[in-house]
Ligand binder design. Structure first.
Ligand SMILES: Nc1ncnc2c1ncn2[C@@H]1O[C@H](COP(=O)(O)OP(=O)(O)OP(=O)(O)O)[C@@H](O)[C@H]1O
Ligand SMILES: [Mg+2]
Length: 240
C-alpha cells in the first residue's frame, strides 16, 4: 500500500479536484483498490462523490485509540474506489492533536494496508498540526500550484519547511492547475518548467460539483481528464 497526500499551503488551488480525479484514476486506470480519505471538514471531496459522513461519525471518534475505521468507509459509485468521508468536527482536530500527538495518522494509515493498494488524502490548506502529521505519514505529496510567481514562492516555502523539519520526509510532486494558456503570465510560468504536468482550466472540472462525479467519468477525452491521467502516471512512477 502507498499513501499520497494532496496538499498545498494555499487554499482554493485545486487540491480537492486533484485528489478526487487522482483517486478515480487510481481505481480505474491502474485498477488499484483505492481509498480516498477526505481530511477537510468542508467535505468537498466527499460531496463530489455523492457521499456524506456516516451518522454519528466525528473526527474525535475517528482518531480515538481503538476506532473501528473500516465501519466508517463507504463505497463510491465506482468500482474499487472507497471513501472515508469528512465531517465538520475535523475542523477541531488540530486542537486535539496539539494536546496529544503520537503519529496516530501513520498508525491509522497502516491499518488500511490489507484492504487498499493506494490511499489518497485530500488535505485542508495550511501548515497546521494535521499537516505535520500528514508529512510524517505519507509516501508522496502532490502539490497543486496556480501558475503565478506567488505559487512558486509558496512551493519553495513548503520545500524548505520539509527539508528543515522532515529530513526523511516524502518527496513532493508539484502540478500546475487551472492553467489558461491564453494568459501571458500563465503561459510564461508553465513554459518555464516544461516537465511539470499542467491541468488546464476546464469547465468540466468546475462542473464536478454539479455532476458530483470525477471529470474522467463525465468528460473522459477532454484535456482535464487527460491531464489528471498523466499526473496519475507520474504519481505511480514516483512511487516505484
Ligand atoms: N482545472 C480546473 N478548471 C476549472 N476550475 C477548477 C479547476 N480546478 C479547480 N477548479 C475550481 O476551483 C475551485 C477550487 O478548487 P478546489 O476546491 O479543488 O481547491 P482546493 O485547493 O481544494 O480548495 P480548499 O483550499 O478550499 O480546499 C473549485 O470551484 C473548483 O471547481
Ligand atoms: Mg479542498
Amino acid at each position: 500500500m502507498k499513501t499520497i497526500a494532496v496538499f498545498a499551503i494555499k487554499g482554493g488551488v485545486g487540491k480537492t479536484a486533484t485528489a478526487v480525479n487522482l483517486a478515480y484514476a487510481s481505481a480505474t486506470q491502474s485498477a488499484r483498490r483505492t481509498l480516498l480519505w477526505d481530511l477537510d471538514g468542508q467535505g468537498a471531496a466527499t460531496f463530489t462523490l455523492r457521499l456524506a459522513a456516516a451518522p454519528g461519525q466525528s473526527a474525535r471518534k475517528l482518531f480515538a485509540a481503538d476506532a473501528a475505521l473500516d465501519a466508517l468507509i463507504q463505497p463510491s459509485a465506482y468500482p474499487r474506489l472507497d471513501v472515508l468521508a469528512a465531517d465538520k468536527s475535523l475542523r477541531h482536530l488540530d486542537r486535539a492533536y496539539a494536546a496529544d500527538s503520537a503519529r496516530r495518522l501513520k498508525k491509522m494509515l497502516k491499518s488500511f494496508d490489507r484492504d487498499y493498494d493506494r490511499v489518497i488524502l485530500d488535505c485542508p490548506p495550511g501548515l497546521t498540526t494535521l499537516a505535520e502529521e500528514v508529512f510524517r505519514a505519507v509516501d508522496l505529496i502532490v502539490v497543486p500550484l496556480l501558475p503565478s510567481p506567488l505559487s512558486e514562492r509558496a512551493y519553495e516555502q513548503l520545500q524548505s519547511h520539509l527539508t528543515k523539519h522532515h529530513k526523511k520526509g516524502p518527496p513532493l510532486l508539484p502540478v500546475w492547475t487551472m492553467v489558461d494558456r491564453r494568459r501571458a503570465l500563465h503561459k510564461a510560468t508553465v513554459d518555464a518548467v516544461p516537465d511539470r504536468v499542467a491541468i488546464p482550466y476546464a469547465v468540466a472540472v468546475e462542473a464536478m460539483a454539479v455532476h458530483q462525479a470525477p471529470v474522467a467519468a463525465t468528460a473522459p477525452h477532454g484535456p482535464a481528464a487527460r491531464g489528471f491521467n498523466r499526473l496519475w502516471a507520474e504519481v505511480e512512477a514516483a512511487l516505484r
